[in-house]
Design a binder for this molecule. Structure first.
Ligand code: FAD
Length: 360
């Protein structure tokens, strides 16, 4: 029996892959409805289609233009070669859960994982208010940034988080995603359609104040339709994701890009590595690192440098990208895999090396 804790994209996708291969899989989710509450903007590149068939009922919007703003309000506009998809996260999570169910996985909502001792899980049925003790051969922690599986099995160790806050508002737009990477924060405006956007900010500290300031600046009188928020783990290469028969995937293992703070595709890649390790006996630490570590590490290096940027550094960076030959690289490569284009970028624009000093 394989028990997966958490019915987010990472847990559901792992359940689907494992059940499809004939494994007995059960998924425990603490909330009553899969995909709720939503704590995400839902921006993914269209490379998601390599993992699950794309269906229109979970796509809110498709976007092929992005603008990145410097603090001085100069910006670069990038045509996205790899079209971006904006997900309805509730429907997306439910869709992958449905694929897993069809493949034979069993789902238990209102079931919160508490502890793991020997091969026994302590799971609280939050409706019946009883704690069940259930045996499992394999435990997969896909239970998000605050992973109780990681805590219960001694894998939590030293983690850092940013906090994200977001609102859905009425806001006329031209169907471009706008990013505002500034000192200690990254803001975004992401269209659902030409009248409605998801506007949010992630910050190292004081997120609520940063968000209120950002909203007031960009859309002072906007009507707020909905509010969301949540923790975002910063990737730490030292955090272990495997111990005996316990595997961590997705946010539970900190599999999130430290630049854009996106983790949907990364969590699903980790689910593939977890599947390969369980089915083919591969070493999981090696398997997930092979798929993810180069890009996560590069993103972390970039984040460390960006954390030392001043406003002027951001202004200079955006200015360098206004040149067509540098912008072209951003347009033609997938930002989920920065290791594939970083060297090309440095060769085309050696002045980017100016930022390398921030790594020292
Ligand atoms: C404001 C915000 C905006 C974001 N925008 C983007 C974006 O645009 N693109 C992108 O790629 N990423 C984005 N992210 C990050 C993205 O949401 C996560 O990386 C992604 O959801 C991770 O998926 P996961 O399956 O690992 O974990 P989660 O989606 O967090 O799923 C974990 C599941 O486990 C359940 N759970 C938790 N504890 C327990 C327990 N003890 N017992 C049982 N169940 C439990 C939870 O209820 C949840 O359903 C954003 C995050 C935030 C906060």
């Amino acid at each position: 029996m394989i028990s997966i804790i958490g019915a987010g994209p990472a847990g559901n996708y792992a359940a689907y892959l494992l059940a499809k291969d004939g494994q007995q899989v059960q998924v425990f989710e603490e909330n009553s409805i899969i995909g709720e509450p939503i704590q995400c903007t839902g921006i993914v590149t269209s490379s998601i289609a390599r993992m699950v068939p794309i269906r229109s009922d979970f796509i809110v919007n498709r976007i092929s233009k992005a603008r990145i703003y410097a603090p001085d309000n100069n910006f670069i506009e990038v045509k996205l070669g790899n079209e971006n998809i904006i997900l309805n996260r509730r429907r997306f999570d439910q869709y992958i859960a449905e694929l897993a169910r069809e493949a034979g996985a069993e789902f238990y909502t209102n079931h919160r994982f508490l502890d793991f001792k020997g091969n026994e899980m302590h799971i609280k049925d939050t409706k019946g208010n009883i704690v069940k003790k259930l045996k499992t051969n394999v435990l997969v922690g896909a239970d998000g940034p605050n992973s109780q599986v990681a805590r219960a099995t001694g894998l939590f160790s030293n983690r850092q988080f940013w906090v994200g806050s977001q609102a859905t508002i009425k806001y006329k737009n031209d169907n471009a995603i706008e990013f505002f990477p500034h000192v200690g924060t990254i803001g975004w405006i992401c269209p659902e359609n030409e009248e409605i956007v998801r506007i949010g900010i992630c910050a190292k500290s004081n997120t609520a104040d940063c968000f209120n300031k950002f909203l007031k600046e960009k859309a002072p009188n906007a009507k707020i339709l909905d509010r969301q928020g949540g923790l975002i783990p910063i990737y730490n290469p030292k955090v272990k994701a495997h111990k005996d028969n316990v595997y961590l995937i997705g946010d539970a293992a900190g599999h999130v890009k430290a630049t854009t703070l996106g983790g949907i595709i990364q969590g699903m890649l980790a689910a593939e590595a977890c599947h390969d390790s369980i089915i083919y006996g591969k070493d999981y630490e090696r398997a997930w690192r092979k798929k993810l570590a180069a890009d996560l590490r590069l993103a972390l290096l970039m984040r460390k440098a960006m954390d030392k940027f001043s406003h002027d550094d951001y202004n200079y960076l955006v200015k360098l990208f206004t040149r067509r030959r540098t912008r072209e690289i951003l347009e033609s490569y997938d930002r989920d895999y920065p290791s594939q284009f970083m060297l090309k970028l440095l060769i085309r624009e050696p002045r980017l090396l100016y930022f390398a000093k921030m790594l020292l």
